[in-house]
Design a protein around this ligand. Sequence first.
Ligand code: FPP
Ligand code: MG
Length: 298
Amino acid sequence: MLNKVDKIINDFLFDLENDRILNLYKEISSGKKLRAKLILKIAGDTEDACFLAAIVEMIQIASLLHDDVIDDSDTRRGRSSINAIFGNKIAIMLGDILYSKAFYELNSLPNEVSKIISNSVTKLSIGELLDVELSNKFNPDKDKYFDMIYKKTASLIEASSYAAAYIGKKDTHKFALYGKNLGLAFQIIDDILDITMDSKTLGKPALSDFKEGKTTLPYIILYEALNEEEKKKLVSFFKKMLNTEEKEWILYKMKEYNVIKKSLSIVEEFAKSALLSIKEYKNNDLEKIITDMVKREY
Ligand code: FPP
Ligand code: MG
């Protein structure tokens, strides 16, 4: 099924009659295609569903090309990022090409679908802006974190689920809720893995979020648990290149206060809510997407 989606993306790019774009696109490592999988599982393997899945994957790839420029990241999915290989200008323009072509193709789908998807891309961009602004200083505010990850990550997954349900003639609101909670759980897991996984498995340096200025959920939970002196110490580590001893202090304190366990129980809550909203459909594949995600290695 995903092969069909890859073929549609290649056909879209072929339409552009520019070999350079095809060659640059080949340098992007393909990811898990969570959004495409989700769309096909919800809507079924129809032509419109594959078309939507290809469009959403192109938007996702475009946003990551821009995100790696914004975050100054050299790696993506274990390979050199496009900005690292070809520079920021090429990465931004390739993102713009994928993104505008996706929007052009989106016009062929029902109005309800194109409205919901395009609106979510505005949210996604606002989420990225919030992420950048939140990284100016240590953020102890959970609500700000949840609002940012909802917009940055969950909004496109929510919209993809809604649109897929629309195409598959299912309850759009129930599936939107499923997608929203799945998206929130997904981003928190990503934020946990940055702390618990080694850099080789992660495909990027471990513990890099805090150095980049991202006060993710585990750091907010840790901050809440620390005493005043320790709080100051944690804040002083924000955005710094930490030595081994400093990194170990963070990990030790996270263990002492059960931070990862507490973060995972929030993931479980979102996962449970996601499953609850689509319970009546008894769709094992959609349930498996959630359980597989929650069981990713910590
Ligand atoms: C990854 O976050 C980034 C996103 C989920 C969204 C990025 C959105 C934009 C750049 C705006 C939209 C732009 C277009 C062209 C549609 P992260 O940095 O937390 O994750 P990472 O560790 O995978 O980099
Ligand atoms: Mg990034």
